[in-house]
Design a binder for this molecule. Structure first.
Ligand SMILES: [Zn+2]
Ligand SMILES: [Zn+2]
Length: 353
């Protein structure tokens, strides 16, 4: 194996660059080294770049959504071996602490969101995955790397958000944001067959995609119509039974509680870049239940089953695909939402002599 590799490094607020880094080695018995075959750029990477993720550490390799092949395992890894194709969980967790035992792996006393945030992540040629028996999921032979790419992060997030929303078949559901995580949330919500799904975004293209894929029954472009009024009109003046806020803006945060009917559940899936305020005096009597992120990515085996059996298909998210060589162009396109991008997929580095 070679000694150095290419990797995308978060240098400091505002600065992300492609660098040469040493190829990672096994440090603990529970580690695995993964050769990355596909990774992606996530909006959380941009939040780190913007300096709005307090737990992120400078000089860390970014990337927390990736799949690959096991190159090497430590002596304590029981369930994986060299050559296994795997998807990697955004969260690093022990599986045995107080929080892990209840499924709250995001709050693992020994981990949480570490990869591509506090320890080196997957926008690289190789990555070290600690506590690999928990953090890896085998990809079945009939599932492609790209089909499993989003399982460990945005799809895990959507799946988790739908699972905590206490959805019922007759529900009217509002989803704010039809970006990558919004679409994954919609795919997961559909597993519960709610009666009516209303999707709000500011991009006609994204709304059209949600409609075309059967994820949205009704779409609202909030730049063109007053979304709050429209949602109230569509719900007999009551508001929605369940609201998912996946856009992460100040206005969508406010719309989330305004669009909810009294006694609704509002799931805040987004990662906010700044503090939001809940005007409790205006909400008095609405008796809302708020559930907030981040994701407990504890269902990756189940998600893989849904993907393998065609119940969830995320292929429509992939709009761009290029080698690691071109990743900074990917950041530019993704950050500025250019060229109709939904997901920028990073393929392995190419020697271009
Ligand atoms: Zn992410
Ligand atoms: Zn734990």
């Amino acid at each position: 194996m070679k000694q150095t590799m290419k990797a995308v490094v978060y240098k400091e607020k505002g600065v992300v660059q492609l660098e040469d880094r040493p190829v990672p080695v096994i440090q603990e018995a529970e580690d695995a080294i993964i050769r990355v075959t596909r990774s992606s750029i996530c909006s959380s990477d941009l939040h780190i770049k913007h300096g709005s993720v307090p737990r992120a550490k400078e000089n860390t390799i970014l990337g927390h959504e990736f799949v690959g092949v096991v190159e090497e395992v430590g002596s304590g890894v029981k369930h994986f071996q060299k050559g296994d194709r795997v998807s990697v969980n955004v969260e690093t967790f022990c599986g045995t602490c107080f929080f892990c035992r209840q499924g709250y792996v995001n709050n693992c006393e020994k981990g949480g969101w570490e990869l591509g945030c506090r320890i080196d992540g997957g926008q690289a040629e190789y990555v070290r995955v600690p506590m690999a028996d928990q953090g890896l999921t085998k990809i079945p032979d009939d599932v492609s790397d790209e089909a499993a790419l989003f399982n460990g992060d945005i799809l895990a997030t959507g799946y988790w958000a739908a699972s905590i929303a206490e959805l019922k078949p007759a529900d009217t559901v509002v989803v704010l944001g039809a970006g990558p995580t919004g679409l994954c949330t919609l795919m997961s919500i559909r597993l519960y067959s709610p009666a009516k799904v209303i999707v709000v975004d500011i991009s006609d293209d994204r709304l059209a995609l949600a409609e075309e894929k059967g994820l949205a029954d009704i779409t609202i472009n909030s730049l063109k119509v007053n979304a709050e009024e429209e949602i109230l009109r569509l719900t007999g003046g009551r508001g929605a039974d369940r609201v998912f806020e996946v856009a992460g803006g100040k206005e969508t945060f406010q719309l989330a509680w305004k669009a909810a009917r009294p006694n609704a559940i509002v799931v805040l899936v987004a990662l906010y870049e700044e503090a939001q305020s809940l005007p409790l005096h205006m909400m008095y009597g609405k008796n809302l239940t708020f559930k907030t992120g981040g994701v407990d990515a504890n269902s990756c085996e189940d998600i893989m089953k849904m993907v393998q059996n065609g119940k969830i298909d995320t292929s429509c998210l992939i709009t761009h695909r290029a080698p690691l060589n071109d990743v900074m162009e990917g950041y530019r396109i993704f950050e500025n939402k250019l060229d109709g991008v939904i997901k920028w997929v990073i393929t392995p580095y190419e020697d271009r002599d």
